[in-house]
Design a protein around this ligand. Sequence first.
Ligand SMILES: [Zn+2]
Length: 315
Amino acid sequence: MLKVIFKEESVFSIDSYANDILNYNFNSEDFVFGDIKRKGKIYAIAYEISSINTEFQNSIENHRDFFDRDNNLVNQDDYRNLFKKVLCAEPNVLYEYINSDNFTDLYLNMQAVEIYQKLFIWSGGVTNRIKNWYDDHIELESCYFCNRNFINELENGSRTYSLDHFYYKAKSPIITYSFYNLVPVCMTCNTMLKNQSEVKCKSPYDESFKLHKIKFWIIDHDSFKPRLEHEEYSDLIQALKINEQYATHNDYVKKLCNLRDKYPDTRIEEMASIMSVNDENLKKDIFGVILDPEHFHMRPLAKLHHDILTLTEEN
Ligand SMILES: [Zn+2]
């Protein structure tokens, strides 16, 4: 629901991210031993990574068009460079990819799924490594999906967030670890609500993403139920059950609307004049700071708070 915000001070390089993941996985021993938990059983696997690489290269070749538009790989057989492009794929490329015909081909390509699992699921270490990138570079305050729960990295190194595969990973295994396909969100949104839902709208990393600017409106002034609707994002709103989640906040909305009715701008100006204080500061004291859309992630319910107060201002 909110746009993902990078930390101002972070020096982020998508290239370094991809190198980190690739070096971790591919500079391993020739033989890799790992445990895969699948369907409740633990399978010990051992395989020669070079043979996997060849298979993987073949499967990734099918998607070269998407990730190597310029066909500028020096070595056409260099799957590593191609895979790097997949890891670095920009949000608009992922969007186009997921909405393309080749998406169906990929879904049918179960071999790619299997190979991908062998390459990455053998070690939990890679997930931790990936999360470090989000800890260091993404602002972690409240959930980018619901804006209701806090998401943080704790002092002991544990985390109160998980990474959602925005475009569902089982149907697009090749982009599982593409940086811009992973959104830090609360556990509720990731595992209990969105889970395996398919969405095809623009992602919260996309420059043209605008769901955070679409305002909640009130169904009627008896119920005070906030509602968010937009055709372009209906799949995401539905997957996250945004309106069901926010239906529980009608009491909050009612109090805010009543407070605003009590203190219209003219009243605040009068009071500020009597008290000899700045009217904007007095407004903040009454309603709390109203954050703008680029800062909604900083506080739970900031979007709802903003939308209700700016709607009533407009009225
Ligand atoms: Zn959430």
